[in-house]
Ligand binder design. Structure first.
Ligand SMILES: *[C@@H]1O[C@H](CO)[C@@H](O)[C@H](O)[C@H]1NC(C)=O
Ligand SMILES: *[C@@H]1O[C@H](CO)[C@@H](O)[C@H](O)[C@H]1NC(C)=O
Ligand SMILES: *[C@@H]1O[C@H](CO)[C@@H](O)[C@H](O)[C@H]1NC(C)=O
Ligand SMILES: *[C@@H]1O[C@H](CO)[C@@H](O)[C@H](O)[C@H]1NC(C)=O
Ligand SMILES: *[C@@H]1O[C@H](CO)[C@@H](O)[C@H](O)[C@H]1NC(C)=O
Ligand SMILES: *[C@@H]1O[C@H](CO)[C@@H](O)[C@H](O)[C@H]1NC(C)=O
Length: 411
């Protein structure tokens, strides 16, 4: 990637042609002399009072240099002694600069009409008319953090997938070893698929047809939450109603994504997860599927689905250095109100947790401990750190607004 200096707010880094520099010097000089004369003769003089038509100023704007009347005015205000709280300064601000406080922070100088504050992952063409690029505006984003090391498994599953999809209507229940491929049949053209590769292998996935329309992000040995923090900024994923932040080891035989979203909408769940098959893998009591109803309320963090609004908050909760996300699930309730109604498990659509060893084994041998041990220790440590941070932040906030709970009755 190349950095374009022209894009930076200060133009000073741009090399100017000699005659431009000459013009700048002349302009500045004229400006200084003019300003000096004005300053000397009318100490209380303001631009407003004079109300000069702007074409009286030597207007030297070059289309590329961005220099204009403003350079002149700046030079003039410099001469007036940098009184940035003076009425002159205020008027300068008002009359010669764009400053829109409601623009995104850092973009106040842009006319609001040109500000594109949000983005998406829609793929575009290199030719044709831009507004005709996108035929389906996908409303859902599904992300998986994946490794390719079970290539043979997955390859076999791809073949099974075709078979499976043919027989799906016959309700043949096949137990598949590599669920991921099945998945993508679930996720229709209404889903943007984003893969985070933790093993650096991306091109191999192109043997699957769906991979060609997916977005691939590769960074070695990072976790789901690391990627989510870096690549799923709320303004980047603003186009999507729902965002799936899923692990790779989930079986989706009993899962239908479109149906799932229907239920989530129906029940107004801002943060949700499919039920986890009770008989397989290790899951927490609260997240186990209950056969008797469509949804129940609570979530564990393995296959969460966030609404756009909830994600806007959750993204801010994710810590840059705490990558395993332990403890995060307990803090999610802070993002939705009332939490007990808007966080829930969708029992009617459920998934299997395959407990395929993945990133857990990607640690390193430290002090003779197995990699998985190191990872687990780090998980626990992060959990503690996260809880402490939340508690301290809350304490500091309470203190700042004057709620100072006594630590103990003794003090
Ligand atoms: C201008 O404002 C800034 C911050 O508001 C202040 O630090 C600076 O001292 C001011 N300069 C003058 C000349 O008043
Ligand atoms: C500029 O700020 C200084 C210090 O705050 C103040 O004394 C002075 O009156 C201000 N000048 C104007 C023109 O508002
Ligand atoms: C310009 O004015 C706006 C509001 O009028 C103010 O918020 C902003 O700080 C000013 N900018 C400068 C550079 O003085
Ligand atoms: C800028 O100038 C216009 C017209 O003189 C005035 O209506 C407006 O309130 C000014 N804005 C600021 C921020 O000073
Ligand atoms: C995609 O979304 C459209 C509009 O919401 C819907 O009509 C269509 O059935 C969806 N596609 C699939 C495969 O469900
Ligand atoms: C902060 O204040 C809230 C509301 O008063 C209270 O529920 C909470 O326990 C307080 N937290 C801490 C850490 O003191």
């Amino acid at each position: 990637m190349t950095l374009n200096k022209m894009g930076s707010p200060g133009r000073s880094g741009v090399v100017r042609k000699p005659n431009e520099s000459m013009r700048l010097i002349v302009t500045t000089f004229i400006g200084i002399v003019f300003g000096f004369l004005i300053g000397v003769s009318f100490p209380a003089f303001t631009l407003t009072k004079l109300n000069l038509p702007s074409n009286l100023f030597p207007y030297v704007e070059d289309k590329n240099s961005g220099l204009s009347t403003q350079a002149f005015l700046n030079a003039w205000s410099t001469l007036k002694g940098n009184e940035n709280n003076s009425s002159e300064a205020k008027n300068l601000n008002n009359t010669s600069k764009i400053w829109v406080p409601s623009n995104p922070r850092g973009a106040e100088r842009l006319p609001p009409g040109i500000v594109a504050a949000k983005s998406d992952f829609y793929l575009r063409r290199l030719w044709g008319i831009p507004k005709e690029d996108i035929t389906v505006k996908q409303k859902y984003l599904v992300t998986f953090t994946v490794g390719y090391k079970q290539k043979n498994n997955i390859d076999a599953a791809v073949k099974k997938v075709n078979f499976h999809s043919l027989t799906f209507t016959l309700s043949l229940s096949l137990s598949l070893s590599a669920p991921l491929n099945l998945f993508f049949l679930q996720f229709s053209e209404n889903f943007t698929i984003l893969l985070f590769h933790y093993d650096g292998r991306t091109t191999e996935w192109d043997e699957f047809e769906w991979s060609k329309r997916a977005i691939h992000v590769s960074a070695r040995k990072q976790t789901k939450w690391w990627y989510a923090k870096r690549f799923l900024h709320p303004d980047i994923v603003a186009a999507y109603d729902y965002i799936f932040v899923w692990d790779e080891d989930l079986g989706v035989e009993h899962f239908n994504a479109e149906e799932y979203i229907k239920l989530v909408r129906k029940h107004g769940l801002e943060i949700s997860q499919p039920g986890l098959e009770p008989n397989k893998g290790l899951t927490w009591q609260m997240t186990k599927r209950r056969g008797d109803r469509e949804v129940h309320k609570f979530v564990e963090i393995m296959a969460p689905v966030f609404s756009r609004e909830a994600w806007r908050c959750v993204w801010h909760l994710i810590q840059n250095d705490l990558v395993h996300g332990w403890g995060l699930d307990f803090a999610l309730r802070r993002c939705v109100e009332p939490a007990h109604e808007k966080i829930g498990v969708v029992d009617a659509q459920w998934i299997d947790h395959q407990t395929v060893p993945s990133l857990g084994n990607e640690g390193e041998i430290v002090e003779g401990k197995a990699p998985w041990q190191g990872v687990r220790e780090r998980c626990r440590r992060e959990w503690k750190m996260f809880q402490d941070r939340v508690a301290n932040a809350e304490k500091a906030y309470n203190k700042s607004i004057g709620i100072d709970l006594p630590k103990s009755t003794a003090s």
